[in-house]
Design a protein around this ligand. Structure first.
Ligand code: NAI
Ligand code: MG
Length: 354
């Protein structure tokens, strides 16, 4: 893999997505340089800003254009005045579905120099990964509004759980657990959702039987949320449907260093299509344009991209550089209690890479 060049699409998006993506590229280019490979970037201006100019988040052939790349680094999309369903259904969901990025992977670690909302937790007690189903489930277009404007008005929003979809995400979680602490906890709610979740649970039990070496358990998502706060040390791999995984991963980010530190990957495990990596956070209109966003989440998303490309040494180097800079604490953005800018923190991490 040394000497290789990878074609990477960069979609900085809106707001702080633009700032943090610039810093992530700085760090990734440094890591590539030090580890003997190259990242060939192509930047796309697809965003809510583009939507307000042209009426669409991306061009009609957007998906076809992305298909050629080895990976995608996405900032965040979202802009005051543009409804969030436009950015979600106009860019993020089409990419995730067209490229069968059916795993949304969200590693959660307490980083040095960070104060957890959970006082007294140490780095080894707070290390888990959320495996979120990313292509079906509760996020479905099936349903509608009926009897509009009448007293009998109602809406239907239907969830879709397919055998293929549920099996592959649960299997992915068990395979991942084998490379980690060997524990999988599945989020369910079979008492309230009496069709979808019992089906999810049934498939979970079937697949768990094939992994006798992995500890498996199921918890109702509400109890699991409480456990994440009270006993995060018991959690290793958490597998969840699209909606449950979305909520749990923001919670997990919040109990560690906050949204500024949490990366995620939208992964096509067979590698037939490009995977897309992004920070968990959004475009943060409240601090956009101020140059103070924490770039760590996007830098760590970049490290996940390097890992996905098979550049494990470079990915480890980026992690080590982030940890070194955070542990020293001298260069920190306001959310970390410091006064550094996005660019200063990005440069400090790039310098720590080598
Ligand atoms: P947000 O994540 O943008 O911001 C939530 C809070 O966290 C804000 O106070 C923000 O200042 C802070 N924050 C987030 N990232 C930070 C960072 N790197 N450094 C320091 N502070 C940070 O979520 P919000 O406000 O709910 O959404 C804003 C917009 O972003 C909306 O339009 C939403 O749709 C969009 N969004 C886009 C996502 C994506 O592109 N995947 C994901 C989440 C939200
Ligand atoms: Mg979310």
């Amino acid at each position: 893999t040394a000497g290789r060049a990878y074609a990477i699409a960069s979609i900085p998006g809106d707001g702080i997505g633009v700032d943090v993506t610039r810093e992530a590229r700085k760090v990734l280019d440094r890591a590539a340089d030090r580890h003997g490979f190259a990242l060939r970037w192509t930047e796309f201006d697809w965003s809510c800003e583009r939507y307000t100019r042209t009426g669409s988040m991306m061009p009609e052939d957007g998906i076809d254009r992305l298909a050629e790349f080895d990976g995608i680094l996405l900032g965040a999309v979202g802009f005051p005045g543009v409804p969030d369903h436009v950015s979600l259904w106009g860019l993020l969901i089409p990419v995730r579905r067209a490229f069968a990025q059916y795993v949304n992977l969200r590693p959660v670690r307490l980083l040095p120099g960070t104060t957890s909302a959970l006082a007294g937790r140490t780095v080894d007690e707070l290390e888990m990964v959320i495996v979120r189903e990313n292509s079906e489930g509760e996020y479905s277009e099936i349903g509608g509004r009926h009897n509009t404007g009448q007293p009998s008005e109602f809406v239907l929003q239907t969830s879709v759980f397919t055998r293929v979809g549920v099996e592959r995400i649960i299997r992915y979680a068990f395979e991942l657990a084998r490379t980690r602490a060997g524990r999988v906890c599945s989020a369910t709610k079979s008492n309230g959702l009496i069709h979808s979740m019992p089906y999810w649970d049934e498939i979970f039990t079937e697949i768990a039987a094939g992994y006798p070496d992995v500890h498996s358990e199921q918890m109702h998502v509400d109890a699991l949320a409480a456990r994440m706060v009270q006993r995060p040390d018991l959690l290793d791999v958490v597998v969840a449907s699209n909606l449950f995984g979305d909520i749990l991963s923001d919670l997990a980010a919040a109990v560690t260093g906050g949204l500024g530190m949490a990366p995620s990957g939208n992964i096509n495990p067979p590698g037939e299509h490009p995977s897309m990596f992004e920070a968990v956070h959004g475009s943060a209109p409240d601090i956009a344009g101020k140059g103070i966003a924490n770039p760590v989440a996007q830098i760590l998303a970049g490290a996940m991209l390097l890992e996905h490309l098979g550049q494990l040494d470079a990915a480890r180097a980026v992690h080590a550089a982030v940890e070194k800079v955070l542990a020293e604490g001298a260069v920190a953005t306001p959310d970390l209690g410091g006064t550094a800018t996005t660019a200063e923190l990005g440069s400090a991490v790039a310098d720590a890479v080598g």
